[in-house]
Ligand binder design. Sequence first.
Ligand code: ASP
Ligand code: MG
Length: 429
Amino acid sequence: MGIVVQKYGGSSVADAAGVKRVAQRIVNTRKQGHDVVVVVSAMGDTTDELIDLANEVTPLPPARELDMLLTAGERISMAVLAMAIQSLGHEARSFTGSQAGVITDAEHGKAKIIDVTPGRIEAAINEGAIAIVAGFQGVSQTTKDITTLGRGGSDTTAVALAVALKAEVCEIYSDVDGIFTADPRIEPRARKIPRISYEETLEMAAQGAKILHLRCVEYARRYDMPIHVRSSFSEKEGTWVVKAADVAADAHEGATMEAAIITGVAHDRSQAKITVVGVPDKPGEAAAIFRAVAEAQINIDMIVQNVSAAATGRTDISFTLPRGEGQTAMTALARLQDVVGYERLQYDDGVGKVSIVGAGMSSAPGISARFFEALSEAGVNIEMISTSEIRVSVVVAETQVQDAVNAAHAAFDLESDEIEAVVYGGTGR
Ligand code: ASP
Ligand code: MG
């Protein structure tokens, strides 16, 4: 039997009891004959607490030191987990990201993995030990400083290690049983998805579904590493994230429900909307606006430009962006008022985004119509629309997000007959 990489999130190892429970699970996998490599996140809310601590000391913690501080969270969990496994009579050895060979660029707080050289992990496995690796961290190739991969980055560590070790599967454990057709917290009749493609998972994650770290899915897709998302609190089979051809083959065998057109509904409450009112309708204006936003390092999502009013020759341009960047964007745009000659700016953070995702929609007509009808029947007003090959997203008032999710979920027959979704830990990670 081959190598299994297992990643346990913070909620799975929130306290000593959780650590012992996870240790037992790891040992069980080992007893089945697998070589096990474990990636672990910081215990419970440790990372948030460390960030709070840094902010109490200084409003702008230096990025290098903040990374050094945050990586301590995963050092704690990896060491206690190794102790717990040893107390069960199995050999276990913990490694920092740097010791495990996770080499990154030098971007503190959002470092990208450029190589994984897991020599010490391989050696530990060959000697019969279980290797425990600290998630979410690495070491910069150039500066040799310790880096972090961004919040939720342990998923990416796990997939990167699985690829480097040519593991059979990367199992990602959290406190829910898998990926659901909608967030069970706002849609109690959400259904567990047995298999989902990398592409759909990427769309769901990008549209706000808090399932997997986006970069981890991109990594898995690039190297075709199957991910099994499951709960550390139950023995249930979770959701397999695999390549599209494997999802199709599975549906064909009739192993799962008949191939659904819509795989899931995602929602996102972290966005805001800016409208630039009264932009002169002539070439170069949109370019100037979005150049200013780009130079402020802001990632925008949807853009809508109205038809210009014939009488005035002016138009409105709206776009969405992460709420946390709203102030920066408004400041950058305010500086442009004289150059662009727009009338005024409007900022609205009472918005949310609801998206339907499904590979089946690329070949099925009428999906948008069905979605919009469901929203109108629920009395939800659409403010903006955007689409991709396998997704339709709308921006609505934040107060209507739940209604919109419930309406879409029902309209595409995603509801399960019984309550399937159990959230064991309560934090979602
Ligand atoms: N502990 C880090 C965080 O909370 C990394 C992770 O959990 O994946 O973001
Ligand atoms: Mg965490």
